[in-house]
Design a protein around this ligand. Structure first.
Ligand SMILES: [Zn+2]
Length: 421
């Protein structure tokens, strides 16, 4: 009998402290609706759902006819199901990790090294940089999703320097003058001025940071109490971040980095060396398999300010939305294809009036997540139809097509991660 190449997965939930609590979390909502036995604790954070074969969250196979218990075991014994190019390029491993994130409190200001730097950092400090791989990431909003991404245009930063004297004080007059003189048309002068300003801020003495931040918080609070709007300097966000991370230098990063509020379906792509932070909301995320993160604020974890300041892309730009393309073959399919080989994400939105939908075969293993709706999946190698609720996760081997029967007249929303080489 042919090897069954399509099967449902039970995925790992990570209860990191920054996650949304209990049933307010999209991760918990998906877990509860896909698994009736799951008990959601309202006093526990449900931060991430890991859909993949990572050793710290290897998905379990939900079919007891399989001799293998986890996805990584199965892949290691059924290598052809990765797809021939993926198998060869990524050494017989699934190259991506697919996730759902539910963020309540901000994640650290961070960037991920490119391959070259990842190798160097891993060699120098394996305890902080656990592997030699790069870690490009993409976040696609499920609910309104707020994050910081890439440097703002110089003019915007200069405006904040004028309006927020505490911010200007930490950077210092010389670096500020350099930034004001730099022009957006000369990208090299802009980059070096930006690097100088950002480095001055991040390397400020802790005591001075706390003093200036307290001054700013007091000023905003007083103005807000007096009924004045402080949104021109993101007063509310600053107070919120300061409440989450009192005295943290990362609070000032909102004046350097673009603040994005993604609507459902909108995405940001975080290529190597782009500074970013997720602030609040729910998203699906896909990334290359790696744990390499260089952090510099809004975190109790290990921070490495010199490496971060050295590695960043100091390219000011307002344009940070990552746009999907519409498939030519399938009117319900949008493709988010970032300029890295490791992963591609597809969004599949089928109206409830359709009763049957065919998931296209691709030359890559893929993972399919049902976010909304309910279907029954069948494929040439599956012995029996597989029912999938909202929150259901399906592994699909390379070159296998899957037919979905929509079982309720609700619209269907799914995301699929794969690797298109
Ligand atoms: Zn990141």
């Amino acid at each position: 009998m042919a090897v069954q190449k399509v099967f449902p997965l039970s995925c790992t939930v990570q209860h990191y402290a920054w996650g949304k609590m209990g049933s307010s979390s999209e991760v918990a909502r998906l877990l509860a609706s896909s698994d009736p036995q799951a008990q959601i604790s309202e006093d526990k954070p449900y931060a991430e759902l890991w859909m993949g074969s990572h050793p710290r969250g290897d998905a379990k196979i939900l079919d007891n006819r399989f001799s293998q218990k986890t996805l990584s075991q199965w892949i290691s014994e059924n290598q052809d199901c990765l797809g021939s190019k993926v198998k060869e390029t990524f050494d017989g491993k699934l190259p991506f990790l697919f996730k759902v994130l539910s963020v309540e409190t901000a994640l650290s200001i961070q960037a991920h090294p490119n391959k070259e730097l990842a190798e160097k950092l891993h060699l120098q400090a394996p305890q902080h940089y656990p592997d030699a791989n790069h870690k490009p990431e993409m976040a696609i909003a499920l609910t309104s999703f707020q994050g910081l991404c890439g440097f703002r245009p110089i003019e915007e930063i200069v405006t904040f320097l004028t309006k927020v004297p505490e911010f200007q004080f930490l950077i210092g007059d010389n670096a500020v003058a350099q930034l004001k003189q730099s022009s957006s048309s000369d990208s090299q002068s802009a980059a070096s001025a930006l690097q100088s300003c950002f480095s001055h801020l991040m390397k400020s003495e802790k005591k001075v940071v706390v003093e200036q931040l307290n001054l700013l918080v007091k000023r905003i609070s007083q103005q807000v109490a007096a009924g004045n709007n402080m949104e021109d300097i993101y007063g509310e966000l600053l107070l919120q971040l300061h409440q989450q991370y009192p005295g943290d230098i990362g609070c000032f990063a909102i004046y350097f980095l673009n603040l994005l509020t993604l609507k459902p379906g909108e995405a940001m792509f975080l290529e190597a060396n782009v500074p970013h932070a997720y602030l609040k909301g729910d998203c699906v995320e896909c990334m290359a398999c790696s744990d390499n993160t260089v952090r510099a604020g809004l975190t109790p974890k290990f921070i490495d300010v010199p490496t971060l300041c050295e590695m960043l892309s100091y390219i000011p730009s307002k344009d940070r939305l990552f746009l999907p393309t519409r498939s030519q073959e399938d009117p319900y399919l949008s493709i988010y294809d970032p300029p890295v080989p490791d992963f591609t994400v597809m969004k599949i939105e089928v109206p409830g009036s359709i009763t049957e939908y065919k998931v296209l075969a691709v030359d890559s293993a893929s993972i399919l997540l049902v976010v909304q709706g309910r279907v029954t999946a069948s494929s040439p190698t599956a012995h029996t139809p597989i029912p999938l609720q909202c929150g259901g996760v399906l592994f699909i081997g390379a070159n296998e097509s899957v037919s979905l029967k929509l079982s309720v007249p609700d619209d269907l929303l799914m995301f699929r991660a794969c690797c298109l080489l």
